[in-house]
Write a protein that binds this ligand. Structure first.
Ligand code: V47
Ligand code: SF4
Length: 383
């Protein structure tokens, strides 16, 4: 049954009157061959959504059958005050405006963690702004205290933006710093801070924070230690299609070396209340094309995540037909990054039943996973 659905789009594309170049790309996908840079750019420039979603769906099915993954998670955002001032960020407040922001103490964060004591959450996702006070000691102590309280709670925390700053201040190499973070309880790394790797664009929208090379080096170091992480791409602002493929190409090369990435998460630029409010947001069609191209280009990534808190649950459902096989988790209204940037989800929170229904409504099998994609509950076995 599954192999029948996989073979279908190829014969339909073969019989259609699309360009020979797009037919050649479809043939590569059929033969499980890798797309090159030019193929990727051509897809962005010329391929229609119907073609892209058919191919991306076939690849998704090949990799993940009809499963759609979600988890039970919540976020902690220790501060929204930040030494940086990325122009796309609606959430942060500069240190000089710190009275408008929040800065949580270790005890306040532990109180948040304890709120989940009787709930079946498996992961806490910790990230936020960068401030001198929340330094190496702060985070190692925090991770230790979280683990002492709840040893099985997976700590997915901090991005290279934070690590680069924290380790520099502590005079530690990436390896030394990450080893100590791991000892303290760090389990994995989220995908944030990647933005767009191209230097010209990165300097314009995220000047001053870690470079593309530093972002990649920190993930590579973590992977070499046996760790796993995610990768994101902030798209739909002032970057070109070439920049998007360049971004994915660099991730694909790192993944070839380490196999350490769990998932790729495209992040749609949202333009409310930030310095780039004059840049229009891209359409939902463009979002879906982007998911599909990511699925086709990143042949060595097992999972593509449609982060529902950012694009809204309806678009996330559509993305499941364009290559995505994961929609993140319950979240429990614990992140402000996207609501402050104008997401349709102003209080992101879904119950297990709601997530399961979202997934079943698009004809897929919901699977609760942990952060590392071990199966917690397979809903094909439950009614
Ligand atoms: O790095 C900030 C992005 C990221 C805006 O690993 C914005 O499972 C769009 O990385 N419009 C942080 N994007 C969030 C993140 C993430 C989210 C969910 C799951 C995972 C994971 C990681 O949010 C930042 C930045 O790229 N961001 N502001 C904005 N206005
Ligand atoms: Fe700070 Fe991150 Fe916002 Fe940039 S995106 S200003 S690093 S919180």
């Amino acid at each position: 049954m599954i192999s029948e659905t996989i073979s279908n789009p190829f014969s339909v594309i073969e019989a259609s009157n699309i360009s020979p170049q797009l037919k050649a790309i479809s043939e590569k996908i059929k033969q499980n061959q890798r797309l090159n840079f030019e193929d990727g750019v051509l897809l962005y420039k010329e391929a229609e959504l119907g073609y892209l979603s058919a191919l991306a769906n076939a690849v998704r099915e090949r990799k993940n059958k009809n499963y759609v993954y979600f988890n039970h998670n919540f976020h902690v955002e220790p501060t929204n005050i930040c030494v940086y001032s990325c122009s796309f960020c609606s959430y942060s407040r500069l240190i000089k405006h710190r009275t408008e922001g929040w800065e949580l103490s270790t005890d306040q964060i532990l109180d948040i963690i304890k709120k989940y004591d009787n709930q079946a959450v498996t992961e806490v996702h910790i990230t936020g702004g960068v401030v001198p006070k929340q330094d190496f000691e702060f985070y190692t102590e925090l991770f230790r205290k979280i683990k002492a309280h709840r040893p099985n709670l997976h700590i997915k925390a901090l991005t290279p933006v934070e690590y680069h700053y924290i380790f520099k201040k502590a005079k530690l190499s990436y390896k030394e710093g990450l080893e100590k973070m791991k000892e303290a309880g760090l389990d994995s790394m989220p995908g944030g801070g990647a933005e767009i790797f191209d230097k010209t664009i990165r300097d314009k929208i995220a000047g001053g924070k870690c470079s593309a090379e530093e972002w990649l080096e920190i993930h590579e170091t973590w992977h070499q230690m046996g760790g796993h992480s995610n990768a994101t791409m902030l798209y739909g602002h002032i970057e070109t299609f070439e920049h998007r493929i360049d971004h994915m190409e660099r991730l694909r090369q790192l993944q070839d070396r380490t196999k350490g990435f769990n998932a790729f998460i495209p992040l749609k630029f949202r333009n409310k209340d930030n310095e780039m409010a004059n840049v229009p947001e891209v359409s939902v069609i463009e979002d879906l094309r982007n998911y599909a191209i990511a699925r086709l280009y990143l042949d060595n990534f097992d999972h593509i995540k449609a982060y529902w808190a950012m694009i809204g649950r309806s678009t996330a459902q559509l993305a499941l037909n364009c290559g995505a096989d994961d929609i993140d988790g319950t979240i429990d209204d614990t992140t402000k990054i996207y609501s402050m940037a104008g997401s349709e989800e102003q209080n992101p929170k879904l119950s297990t039943q709601e997530l399961v229904k979202l997934i079943k409504d698009v004809g897929r099998i919901p699977v609760e996973r942990d952060t590392l994609y071990n199966i917690v509950r397979d809903y094909s076995l439950i009614n």
